[in-house]
Design a binder for this molecule. Structure first.
Ligand code: PLP
Length: 413
């Protein structure tokens, strides 16, 4: 093990990058796409895999259940929700499929999405009784006022599932207060958990008896938690390691969720509530100084990086109000690039095909710089993400790479 739990946290930027497995010298400004885990979490997962293989029977019959309970509780505490209402699933795509495909759809019903809904979700949604809403959109990276949207949907009798793929580890939210029917977020994007790992929260105040796992397994008639935890024989090590991802995140000074602790005071005696609240307040004030170091670093770097690119390219960031900007993921216009910017046609926001995808590949192949190139409202744009291992040098490499392409008549492969 090269990284132990008790190591001193290295300085963010070049130093901490050594704790990640990213290819040397490559620029990775695309953390928001799939995340990237530190070696510590990778090694924890490898250990669990070794334990599994050393005795599969013991693993599947006994140990994994305990591990999963611990991880689910850790995820729930981190998100400020209750373990009973929290289920671990592979990813947000699966979570939303789970809701929409269990939904007792009648002939005249429909699913409602927006033009900003993630493309994978669009494919499974028929078109209004159920609604899918992104908390942070992809690829436009806009923070939507989901609490308000949820209220409006409920006034119209809709069931609403919030796609919060980019929330855990990037924004602190009060899931219970948002009050959607279902809320799902990826843990493998911003929380250093191994792929694939996500959670789905079901609102106990809006119980839907039809909600069940996508796959029917031997434990289908047992509790919902059992049914979710046993979709046949599978490798659960990524779920088990969600606790390790969160541990690493908190070790770096990532946000610490005390919302649930404060909300759970109902069961404590009045005297204790008072003392506890006071203690938590003091603790929170103290933690404010050292907490949220990750988002603070990432958003400061993002602001500097975007300013640099805007000046270098003479372009602008997507014009949205300050409170709708995601801290660690942002989108801005690219300058005119021959062969790519002309005749854009009506290509949409799909990040994995079209001219945008070709340009992304060209920047990656030629300059070893990774970002996400998209076409939004007819314009070629780039989405950049910042994580603790990024530095201004990464933005400079991207800025210069793109500028070089603007000056070339031929941008062939
Ligand atoms: C808003 C949004 N929803 C859903 C997804 C899908 O996530 P996953 O592939 O982990 O299911 C993404 C992926 O980037 C996303 O940005």
């Amino acid at each position: 093990m090269t990284t132990s739990k008790d190591d001193v946290v290295p300085a963010f930027g070049k130093d901490i990058r050594k704790e990640f497995m990213l290819r040397e010298n490559s620029v990775f400004l695309n953390h928001g796409a799939y995340g990237s885990i530190p070696r510590y979490v990778h090694e924890r997962q490898a250990r669990y895999l070794t334990e599994l293989e050393s005795h599969p029977d013991i693993w599947f019959r006994y140990n994994v259940c305990t591990y999963l309970r611990t991880s689910t509780a850790k995820v729930a505490t981190f998100m400020g929700i209750h373990t009973e209402d929290t289920f671990l699933v592979q990813n947000v795509t699966r979570a939303i499929n789970t809701v929409l495909k269990s939904f007792p759809l009648q002939k005249s019903d429909a699913f409602l999405i927006t033009s900003l809904t993630y493309v994978g979700v669009k494919m499974i949604s028929a078109a209004t009784v159920a609604r899918v809403e992104d908390h942070i959109t992809s690829p436009s990276s806009i923070v939507l006022p989901v609490k308000h949207i949820v209220e409006v949907c409920h006034q119209h009798g809709m069931v609403i599932v919030v796609d919060a793929a980019h929330i855990p580890g990037q924004l602190k939210v009060d899931v219970q207060d948002i009050d959607a029917d279902f809320y799902t977020g990826n843990l493998h994007k911003w929380l250093f958990c191994p792929r694939a790992c996500a959670f789905i929260w079901t609102n106990p105040k809006r119980h839907h008896a039809w909600f069940k796992p996508l796959v029917t397994s031997t434990l289908d008639n047992e509790s919902l938690h059992d049914a979710f935890a046993h979709e046949g024989t599978r490798d659960d090590t990524s779920y088990v390691c969600s606790a390790d991802g969160i541990y690493y995140y908190e070790r770096l000074g990532g946000m610490f969720n005390v919302l649930l602790s404060l909300k759970n005071l109902g069961s404590i005696s009045t005297f204790n509530v008072h003392v506890y609240k006071h203690m938590m307040h003091n603790l929170l004030t103290y933690f404010k100084i050292i907490q949220e170091k990750i988002v603070q670093y990432n958003s400061t770097l993002m602001a500097e990086g975007i300013k640099y690119l805007e000046e270098k390219w003479g372009t602008k960031c997507l014009a949205i109000p300050e409170n709708m900007k995601a801290p660690c993921i942002r989108i801005l216009q690219l300058p005119f690039i021959p062969r790519f910017s002309d005749s854009l046609g009506s290509e949409g926001t799909d990040v994995s095909k079209g001219k945008n995808f070709e340009l992304k590949k060209l920047i990656l192949d030629r300059f070893d710089v990774s970002s996400c190139v998209v076409i939004l409202e007819g314009q070629l744009m780039v989405r950049v993400s910042t994580q603790v291992y990024n530095t201004m040098d990464d933005f400079i490499r991207l800025g210069e790479a793109v500028l070089e392409l603007t000056q070339k008549e031929e941008n062939g492969p």
